[in-house]
Write a protein that binds this ligand. Sequence first.
Ligand code: KG4
Ligand code: ZN
Length: 337
Amino acid sequence: MGNKDISILAIESSCDETSASIIVNGKVLNNIVATQSVHEKYGGVVPELASRAHQENLIPVIQEAILSSGISKEQLSAVAFTRGPGLMGSLLVGVSFAKAFATALKIPLIDINHMQAHILAHFIDDPKPDFPFICLTVSGGHTQLVSVKDYLKMEVIGETQDDAVGEAFDKTAKLLGLPYPGGPLIDRYAKEGNPKAFKFPVTRMPGLNYSFSGIKTAVLYFLRDQLKENPNFISENLPDLCASIQYTLIEMLLIKLKEAAKLYGVKEIAIAGGVSANSGLRETLAELARRKGWNLYVPKFEYCTDNAAMIAMAAHYKYLKGEFVGLDVTPLTKMKL
Ligand code: KG4
Ligand code: ZN
């Protein structure tokens, strides 16, 4: 490890995953993630419990990242952290630690936008997309179409006006009596179901925007009516219900992605965020990409859900540009790209 090496410790604590990663000269060495299971029984993330769990997990996670990287903390060139968007209490834990650590080591601080990092996760491994590309970022907190012109030059060209698509997965799953987070369970049951068994409305918003709150209400009323006739309706139709809900959500996502690709004349297409783990979305998108002649980029699963490796990747590019922040930096629950 020479003097000129760029070695960065990156910290992610925006929601319910505590994560740390070390990146050296643009190569991610590790990605340590502690997932918080405390929220399961509440059917969603409880902010106060999330920040307490971050406080417990952060130091062990960072220690493991540094130890397994084989470099010492004195060799670090900078400390990076997620500034937002996210839960205030959760962000504060990461930001405070990063400030203290950077001060003690006398090295610069780098603030990272979580949504930008989800997109830069595509540069961790090969193949990497060419600029300009369009990225559909789909998670529990966000649904955005982003035009990516360069590593740090991005523009949101469409986004949800209400719920995120991950929220739509999780909330409809809850209506079906599935535990939180229900997205992966809908995916699993959908594999055995008929996506055309039930028809739910496809909401179409103006421009490249999305709305996912309608499907939750549609499923709620549909189930209420069916359960009046047959109290076992859900258990007798679970795979078909999951397949039909998933089909509708994928349809909504892809309609706007197709429009965006056409409007911007781009064939480099990427997806990012937790929902890009959905096997139905992956299959439908792969088929669409073949038909349209798109080059499709899907990150490894561990880089789709919240992780510090993507924060580290973003930090590397900011370091190269000398984009540092002072100790007066504060977390932001909302943060523009
Ligand atoms: O990106 P992420 O890990 O965290 C946020 O920043 O929100 O995304 C979590 C979301 C949850 O809503 C979860 O249900 C959803 O991603 N998710 C899935 C699948 N795996 C995770 N949704 C559908 N199918 C999946 N296989
Ligand atoms: Zn995320």
